[in-house]
Design a protein around this ligand. Structure first.
Ligand SMILES: Cc1ncc(C[n+]2csc(CCOP(=O)(O)OP(=O)(O)O)c2C)c(N)n1
Ligand SMILES: [Mg+2]
Length: 323
């Protein structure tokens, strides 16, 4: 693993955030299976190193655009897990007052636009946010997460081209988890990497091991610095794997159990744990303490969501249409 100069506290924070995302989703999945959470879920389990590595250097004033798989992005950007949990329960205290649900979590106070579930639909909006930041000269950066599948949408190409010609302060992150729902990467791409497309639009294309949080962090930091300096956008492709099905009730017949086992060996969390210990950055006691802290935080979030009220019927049209 490459090591960007990160102090011990920062390294432990990377670990803590990845575990928080993982355990949040595992607990949410249990609640969903018990019928306590309505709607649907797209779990981010296995991809945590991408969100955490990218967001570590962002400020609340920087923007983040997310997808139908947004819990990890939201937690990494600093959206309070109580607000996310309440949103998943459809409660009035949720980050979208219970009207968005899983696929639209976000909070502008920490720079996360409510997530957009139209595949590729967030990418032009990211370019627009970055154009605003450039015009306002506020030094802000936009990061935009999308999947391998999204990079076959026309809007993705138009947005990268526009961002490149205007040198916009945006980092496009492709989370290549090898599948777009049930469609494998190799059936929809004649090239090895999505990042190879960057040369068509004149921006740097970088490929990184998306299950290595330090590698992601190092690559994302460089792209963010470049964007802040006014040098333009970067396309950062993180090669990763979603460990669960695409969404609820996915029997995963389009991939083999052997392939899944191979990727489990590269699970970003145990991998980073080993690195932390081998490099004398943390011992088992410290990591256990962090994990216990995470459980308590999630317990509190569930309690908050369960004890919160549902939205009032009279508020059904509030915040829905532009006044
Ligand atoms: C424009 C559009 N087409 C289809 C869908 C249905 N859909 C939701 S997620 C998804 C797959 C997206 O794959 P990818 O971009 O690789 O993201 P991943 O699910 O792997 O995170 C599809 C087809 C949608 N939401 N929007
Ligand atoms: Mg995908």
């Amino acid at each position: 693993m490459p090591e960007k100069e990160i102090k011990k506290e920062g390294l432990l924070d990377l670990y803590y955030r990845m575990v928080l995302i993982r355990r949040f989703e595992e607990r949410v999945n249990e609640l969903y299976m018990q019928g306590l959470i309505p709607s649907t879920l797209h779990l981010y389990i296995g991809q945590e190193a991408v969100a955490v590595g990218v967001c570590a250097d962002l400020k609340d004033s920087d923007y983040l655009l997310s997808t139908h798989r947004p819990h990890g992005h939201a937690i990494a950007k600093g959206v309070d897990i109580k607000d996310i949990m309440a949103e998943l329960y459809g409660k009035a205290t949720g980050c979208c007052k219970g009207k968005g649900g899983s696929m639209h979590v976000g909070n502008m106070k920490v720079g996360m636009l409510p997530a957009i579930a139209i595949v590729g639909g967030n990418v032009p909006i990211a370019a627009g946010c970055a154009l605003a930041q450039k015009m306002q000269k506020d030094g802000g950066v936009t990061v935009c997460f999308s999947g391998d599948g999204a990079s076959n949408e026309g809007a993705w190409h138009e947005s990268l081209n526009a961002a490149a010609i205007y040198d916009l302060p945006v980092v496009f992150i492709t989370e290549n988890n090898l599948y777009a729902a049930s469609t494998p990467f190799h059936l929809t791409f004649k090239i090895e990497s999505v990042a190879d497309r960057s040369c068509a639009y004149g921006l740097p294309g970088v490929v990184v091991d998306g299950n290595d949080v330090l590698a992601v962090h190092e690559a994302a930091s460089k792209a963010i610095v470049r964007a802040r300096k006014g040098e333009g956008p970067t396309l950062l492709e993180c090669k990763t794997y979603r460990q669960c099905g695409h969404s609820r009730s996915d029997p995963r017949g389009y991939r083999t159990r052997e392939e899944e086992q191979e990727w489990l060996k590269k699970d970003p969390i145990p991998r980073f744990e080993v690195w932390l210990k081998q490099n004398g950055k943390a011992d088992e006691e410290e990591l256990t303490e962090l994990r216990e802290h995470v459980e308590r935080e999630i317990d509190a979030a569930i309690e908050f969501a369960e004890s919160s009220p549902l939205p009032e019927p009279a508020d059904v049209y509030t915040d829905v249409f532009m006044e």
